[in-house]
Design a protein around this ligand. Sequence first.
Ligand code: PXL
Length: 270
Amino acid sequence: MRVLAINDISCVGKCSLTVSLPVISACGITCDVLPTALLSTHTGGFEGYSFLDLTGEFSKILRQWKTLGLRFDCIYSGYLGSIEQIDWVAQIKKEFLTENGVFVVDPVMGDGGKLYKGFNADYVTKMRALCQQADYILPNLTEACYLADIPYPTTDTKTLLSALKTLCPRPIVTGVMENNTISVCYLDENGVEKRYSSQNVAGFFHGAGDVFSSAFVGAILKGKTEETAIRLATDFTTASIRRSANEVEDKRYGLNFEAEIFEFLKKLNA
Ligand code: PXL
């Protein structure tokens, strides 16, 4: 089993590839990478970060991969540095995903009701088209609202999920907050809405979406059902958030997910 994770390298701040690599590898799955950009830190809350777009390397990297006859059982895309890269991801899926391979799109583009720096309406439109090719999409509530063109925030997850289902058969929306709970909302095989909820922890935790998505990808590739993968990934992310609420002083530096990997693996391999 090998996954191709297409995501940025934020050197500091534990998100994207610096989360996907350790989590997916710990699941016992080869995690190959296509870095979309190299940043000194992620863009959430840090100022003065460097940003090197790596699109220019793509054709060279892919040319060599073709000579190796590489194919991936899963392609998992996250933060894409530019609109042009969305076209690249669609092309890479066509050329490098195995016949029964899984294409997972985490449409990373915003949080807290706003788009991240550098993203705009054209990017959202283009991301919608990429989601149409995915087996699973994993937007947070902000990204889900942008994709579905529904005002943020919404508690009407039924409408939200049916709008997203017109893009992708298996939408999974994270970070849906109501009262004291935070939920992951998805659809069962009959198209009926399901929720997996936990107690909300106040505050904003950078990289939580990447911990969830990476664990979900790892669990799916280990043969878990969608529902089990959601539960395992949610429990891992929630435990990491709880721990970080106490242990990580500056939340910009990401979650202490490392301390929870062993528990996650015990459940994954039970
Ligand atoms: O975790 C999402 C993410 C990924 N990559 C970069 C980011 C962010 C969120 O801010 O800035 C570069």
